[in-house]
Ligand binder design. Sequence first.
Ligand SMILES: [Zn+2]
Length: 398
Amino acid sequence: MKAYRAAWVCPIDQPPIKDGIVAVERGRIMGVGKPIAPTGLKELGNVALLPGLINAHTHLELSWLRDRVPPASKFTDWVKTLFAIRGRPDAGISAAQIAPIHDAIAELKSSGTVAVGDIGNSLAAVGPMRQADLDGVVFHELLGFKERDGALLESTRQMRAAATNAGARVSLAPHAPYSTSLELFGAIRAAIKEIPCPIMSVHLGESLEEVELLEKGTGPWRGMLETIGAWRDDWQIPACDPVAYLDRHHLIDEKTLIVHGVQFDDKALLRLAELGATLVTCPRSNQWVGVGYPPINRFYKSGVKVAVGTDSLASVEDLNLFSELKTMRWLAPNVPASKILESATLTGARALGLGDELGSLTPGKRAQMIAVDLPAQITDVEEFLLGGIPSSQITWVE
Ligand SMILES: [Zn+2]
């Protein structure tokens, strides 16, 4: 048995403990609090000790696009630039695009992230994640507005089987309602129920253009789909908001990660809370791609579970989740700091099915902890952690 003492221990599932101790044995947390003189006590000094962070939405395979897709004032403009540089999502990935995945993972780890919810079309991130021992779920993303059955799902089965055999937790992600047909949504939904990791991730309510397409069948998204030959004349205009659309077809439940939600009204948020889904917010990416900032206050007020992601390096400057938390704090100064920290840890872990292993300093869980350097004087450790923490102030313990 070993024990670590820190100026502040932030277990997440209970308030911060001043001069707290975490006891560890064989990589597992044995006790948290102020136990009596444990043997092998290691003094960590003036740091905050907390669980590794959970970045619930990344696209590691897009890491080579860092600094290549500039911020836009309109979402469809950002997407057009992305397409022009990247090609179609199913275009595959070149050897030169693999090295940036390794760099991105190194950046995630050095900034305190222990697990990710990673979206991939090529599943190229699986190998690098395993090599670097980065935990999480790899969501194989499928899209096709004209897909009329589950043929795409069937034809890509081998890719997922190979990733699973390589040791990854693999699930599926229909891209978004403006890019994925209901038939494909339905096939993915049915397939997910049969796999060991039955979690679904979907981009939803990101842009006003998406809302317009679903409400009225018009606007820039329709134009884009027509231009690339993906429009279908038999598509029924849902005439409702994005949440109501998926809900109507029973595509949301407590194992669904709803990513973005920038455009959701209170009714949609309440419905997600009722369904038990997790909303993953990526505020810096939202601003980058021109959809505005997410209503962080309303997210928390609605009672929906909120997790946090950075999104990809095509729409954010770095993968440091603490920077995302700083933006959330700036957007929502009155949300309790403890809630925002919980989003970046326990809520994310639970959403990815890792709640028994990660996300809090709780006896029985894995002792993958980070120590964050603190200033000499500190009044509120949780608030300090929302101020933006550079990698240089973060050290892994265990
Ligand atoms: Zn995304």
